[in-house]
Design a protein around this ligand. Structure first.
Ligand code: GBH
Length: 476
């Protein structure tokens, strides 16, 4: 069991979750700033105004990464720092751009390889107001293309680009359940606008096209000289049939992955939506025009994989409701024979199951022809971690075990199964703004003391990461 000597490991974050300084240097508001202001959307009325204050602590964060031995760092850019109003005819904010250019220079100086995510959910608010944001099939991809070009041009030293983080979340949580910004849903007790039978499929489609546009720009205008790589990051959980003897559950376990991952990955690798989705959704799923298909098909240099957990999947019978996004099935923590998927964490959706990780790496590799995979996020919260004293929190043995098990499962997928995993970035470098859950749920390998000036204190999981990778990686 081993990983190659050039394996990239490190930590990940996202702009809105760590930066704070939402008013600094000409930044415009994003849909998350606006969403945080709506009563009842975020636990304890929290917001991103200060978060981990990383915008003002780039030096400290880089020193932390260096101390931990991190070979790479995945972070995202705040679009509204760079183009405060967002659009292709709106002014560029040089200060915002310079901030990130300097940050990349400083990372490289420290010997850390940057992986930049262009879009981790924080759309400039103006674009949502101007034309419906991600719902707009023509304007949104063109504005994203322009933003991407501005960034590629300013930061040629970055060689690893991720267009979108988890478009599933932007689509389903933003436009079906309304749990995330901008909060659209058919449930009129939660939102005055939204159509949970359609909007998520439109948004997903537009994200794919926007991704395709940015990739085309990178490949045609920058890649020949900059020699970097570009891909998209998709989230998806491992699956097991609830009853392995029931062919309908076996099929549903695959269908669950198709609705979560292949929704995006099939168009990117094959130029079409999965048959299972076409069958259930009919004309509610947009049809690719020839131009759109040409942009999307073949648009990944690598596959970005965010992975946390697994489920037992049980098929449902009868016609699914029109707002169903799972594929006419249910996800369970216990199998028919009573096996439990894994221990509880602070996140209702997350239970560690490392074997599911190995299985999913294999599933993706087989379906998509053994692409290079970068695990761009993986990690865990801990049940009631927030109730502990700081000393206790630093002894995060549950998280240490999670990484130990997951990294070893991944190493087996590489050395025993022939999958091509090239990197692993732990979520997260530090505790941060956990979206609708505010600051209560902590995913950090580093404890952040929000009451004492956002000081950082590495937990055991942060300290142990280097040892773990030294053990599983081949020596040069
Ligand atoms: C990641 O998503 C995010 O990229 C990151 O920003 C975040 O901090 C991290 O997770 C920890 O949460 O039952 O419909 O509410 C992880 C993938 C997919 C996990 C959606 C939660 C909730 C499904 N997420 N899922 S639902």
């Amino acid at each position: 069991m081993s990983l190659p000597a050039d394996f990239q490991w490190g930590f990940a974050t996202a702009a809105f979750q760590i930066e704070g300084a939402t008013q600094a240097d000409g930044r415009g508001p994003s849909i998350w700033d606006t969403f945080c202001k709506i009563n009842g959307k975020i636990a304890h009325g929290a917001n991103g105004d200060t978060a981990c204050d990383s915008y003002n602590r780039t030096g400290e964060d880089i020193a932390l990464l260096k101390q931990l031995g991190s070979k790479c760092y995945r972070f995202s850019l705040s679009w509204s720092r760079i183009i405060p109003l967002g659009g292709r005819n709106d002014p560029v904010n040089q200060k915002g751009l310079d901030h990130y250019r300097q940050f990349v220079d400083d990372l490289l100086e420290a010997g850390i390889t940057p992986f930049i995510t262009l879009y981790h959910w924080d759309l400039p608010d103006e674009l949502d107001k101007r034309y419906g944001g991600l719902l707009n099939r023509t304007e949104f991809p063109l504005d994203f293309e322009n933003y991407a070009r501005v960034v590629f041009k300013a930061i040629p030293k970055c060689k690893n680009w991720i267009t979108f983080n988890e478009p599933w979340c932007s689509s389903v949580l933003g436009y079906n359940s309304g749990y995330f910004a901008p909060g659209h849903t058919s449930d009129r007790t939660k939102s005055a606008v939204g159509d949970s039978t359609r909007e998520q499929w439109i948004v997903g489609h537009n994200c794919l096209v926007a991704h395709g546009r940015a990739v085309k720009v990178y490949r045609e205008e920058f890649k020949p000289t900059d020699k970097g790589q570009i891909g998209i990051t998709l989230n998806g959980d491992g699956t097991y049939p609830w009853d392995p003897e029931d062919p309908a559950d076996v099929e549903a376990a695959d269908r669950k992955i198709e609705f979560a991952i292949s929704w995006f990955a099939d168009p990117i690798y094959f130029g079409k939506y999965p048959d299972s989705m076409l069958k259930q959704l009919g004309d509610r799923l947009p049809t690719f025009t020839d131009e759109e298909r040409a942009l999307v098909q073949g648009s990944n240099d690598f596959y970005g994989m965010n992975h946390y957990t697994a489920n037992y999947v049980k098929h449902k019978t009868g016609t699914p409701p029109d707002d169903d996004i799972l594929g006419n099935l249910e996800c369970l923590f216990y199998s028919k024979s009573g096996e439990c998927i894994g221990d509880e964490t602070q996140s209702f959706w997350l239970r560690p199951n490392p074997e599911g990780f190995r299985n999913l790496i294999n599933w993706l590799s087989k379906r998509y022809g053994y692409p290079d995979i970068y695990v761009t996020e993986s990690g865990t919260s801990i049940k009631d971690e927030d109730k502990l004293s700081m000393e206790e929190m630093l002894e995060d043995d549950f998280r240490v075990k999670y990484f130990d098990d997951y990294v070893r499962a991944m190493a087996k997928a590489v050395s025993e199964d022939g999958c091509k995993v090239k990197g692993y970035m732990a979520w997260s470098l530090m505790d941060n703004f956990e979206w609708a859950e505010g600051y209560e749920t902590r995913f950090g390998c580093t404890y952040v003391n929000y009451n004492e000036g956002q000081t950082r204190h590495p937990k055991k999981s942060a300290e142990k990461m280097k040892e773990l990778f030294e053990e599983v990686m081949e020596k040069n």
